[in-house]
Design a protein around this ligand. Sequence first.
Ligand code: GLU
Length: 451
Amino acid sequence: MSPRASSVVTRFAPSPTGRLHVGNIRTALHNWLLAKKHGGRFVLRIDDTDAARSREEHVAAIRADLAWLGLDPDGEERQSARFAIYEEAFARLAAQGRVYRCYETAQELELKRKVLLGRGLPPIYDRAALALTEADHAAKAAAGEKPHWRFKLDHDTPIAWHDGVRGPQHFDPRQMSDPVVRRADGSWLYMLPSAIDDVAMGVTDVLRGEDHVSNTATQVQMFAALGAPCPRFAHAALLTGAEGKLSKRLGSLGVEELRAEGIEPQALVALLARLGTADPVDPALDAAALAASFDLSRFGRAPARFDEAELARVNAAIVHALPFDAVRDRLPEGMGPAAWEAIRPNLAHLGEAADWWRVVTGPVEAPDFDAETRGFLDQAATIAAQLDWQAGPWAALTAALKDATGRKGKALFLPLRQALTGMDHGPDMAALLPLIDRDEAVRRLGLDGMR
Ligand code: GLU
């Protein structure tokens, strides 16, 4: 079933309890790509019902990270501003008997769990609280006991959905615990507000990590209880480190670190858009170009390996393609379009542009040459001093030297490169030499002791 154009609404729903890591970023990207592919809407939903753990600075960082990645939301909602909506939906569910009051303490629940596990049974909540009468509730209230609330699963309706990544999914509600949806202090757990919001916001597609599969099983019944159709669901396999293990580094690796390492947003986006599929990474400069080919059915169920060496390769490919206008503000003072184009193919990341620009502006330190090479370079300096620097000086210089000395290949080119740049390798000299001031080039080549 393919989503209808323009009707698609996706959301990215981070809890602002920390910074985004590559796993969250991938989820945000998938939702953004699916919305863009169908000309739909991508909503940022800040899941901040937990006032104690949510921080405004994390909300700001999430917005900034998405902006840096180029994943601008088409709207933003905050759960903390929507409590009245949850109250209203909750009251309807209570009236239908789909949420019920419970009083067990954490210790009592733990004991029940242990007893069941000891008998080799699944540790499913026994619904003891459903047997309480109104008089029991009144007595508990009189004794100052406040209830927490569970959502009552419908045991007679099997749970099924077609997952965009995992295919057909089936769960037996009798094998699941009725989830706690509201604490005794009235605060909300994640599950129910999320379903209420997905309905209210017209979310058509929920893409998230496979750690949410069991939540989805419960939420499928919440949508039904709320009288709403289910969105389409897709759960991507989780990311692992290059070694194939869930790595600690991945859980904390975010935009801040990657940016400090010189990773361009386009590189991260290009890699994450394909990771988990067998498709090659397309180092596109514009994320919108990746949206057209984004296809959930290409994703496999095996964990997806996030390899930082691969990210570095994609990053280099991106840097080599970035136009001057996209980078001008981050280049050293004075470095223009011609210099960018000459230097760009040699960069693994943008920060290295400054190193090559220093080679252009000097001073450079050349090796000590033997007497013969010294003589050759003096000849080069004499020729260079007379060249028209506007008309391809490298070709003219090397042609004249070849004629004059009979040198060719490495014997011709390497000493020139070493004297002019202080390096054995680097950007194409034909592009680099015109960037070096002619008098400076003559000095570097070393005419008549001017070095
Ligand atoms: N706030 C939840 C999380 O960060 C949202 C999950 C979801 O519904 O996508 O895990």
